[in-house]
Design a protein around this ligand. Structure first.
Ligand code: 6GU
Length: 234
């Protein structure tokens, strides 16, 4: 998979050189391009923002640098390709649809993602409208809270997506037992020693009875989900 990111803070994405995703990059499973939006601003101060039409607090990101940056990353007329081979363009935004494990699965099936990280009060609306004429565009939110910009949201999305790329997580079985993959929260986990600070490991886990262990884990998942996230049970 190829991922391109447009940002005014490229060093945020140095974190992707660490751990599993860093290895995925070295192994060639993940190709990453980080692009500084200011490289597409041509005035003396390389400015990327301006005051909002209609008034109001804060600044809005100017359309021209965004237009040039996306022109460089979106092949011409990619939306018209019958095989849908053009990139999926994702703008992190609290005004977008909420990112879930299902979104991570869907995005992990793409061959090319382009992330556009907004800052300030957002990006001039015409940037989205213009990009949507040439490619598939999505606004995606991390939840109902406010971040200063899209960079941290994109790091989270890339971690969730990257670990689903075949070969990135060593043991694929560890992917299916995660929270949210089956719509429930994870069961609690234990390792040695069998007793720690007077707290024993639940005896069923030491029983060797695989049926009983599976049933106990399922019950723990249901109990946790009912208590903490009843919304997931519908
Ligand atoms: Cl994706 N971006 C920003 N700036 N704030 C957010 C968010 C995204 N998701 C939740 N809050």
């Amino acid at each position: 998979m190829r991922i391109d990111i447009v940002t005014i803070f490229p060093t945020f994405f140095d974190a992707l050189d660490i751990s599993l995703l860093g290895k995925a990059k070295s192994a060639g499973l993940l190709e990453l391009g980080v692009h500084d939006l200011r490289d597409f601003a041509h005035d003396r101060h390389r400015s990327v923002d301006d005051t909002p039409y209609g008034g109001g607090a804060g600044m809005v990101m100017k359309p021209e640098p965004w237009g040039e940056a996306l022109d460089a990353l979106i092949p011409e007329r990619s939306a018209d390709r019958a095989d849908g081979s053009g990139p999926l363009v994702i703008f992190p935004s609290p005004a977008g649809e909420v990112f879930t494990q299902a979104s991570a699965r869907a995005f992990a099936a793409e061959s090319h993602l382009v992330f556009g990280c907004g800052r300030y009060e957002g990006i001039d609306q015409r940037v989205f409208d213009d990009a949507a004429e040439r490619s598939r565009v999505k606004l995606v939110s991390m939840g109902d809270y406010v971040l200063n910009g899209g960079e941290v949201a994109v790091l989270a999305m890339i971690e969730a997506i990257g670990r689903l790329i075949p070969g990135v997580v060593g043991n694929p079985e560890s992917l299916v037992e995660e929270s949210h993959e089956d719509g429930l929260l994870e069961y609690p986990s234990y390792t040695k020693p069998a007793e720690w600070r007077g707290r024993p490991v639940p005896p069923v886990l030491l029983s060797g009875n695989h049926g009983a262990i599976a049933a106990w884990r399922r019950e723990q998942q249901l109990e946790r989900t009912r208590r903490v996230r009843p919304d997931l049970l519908g």
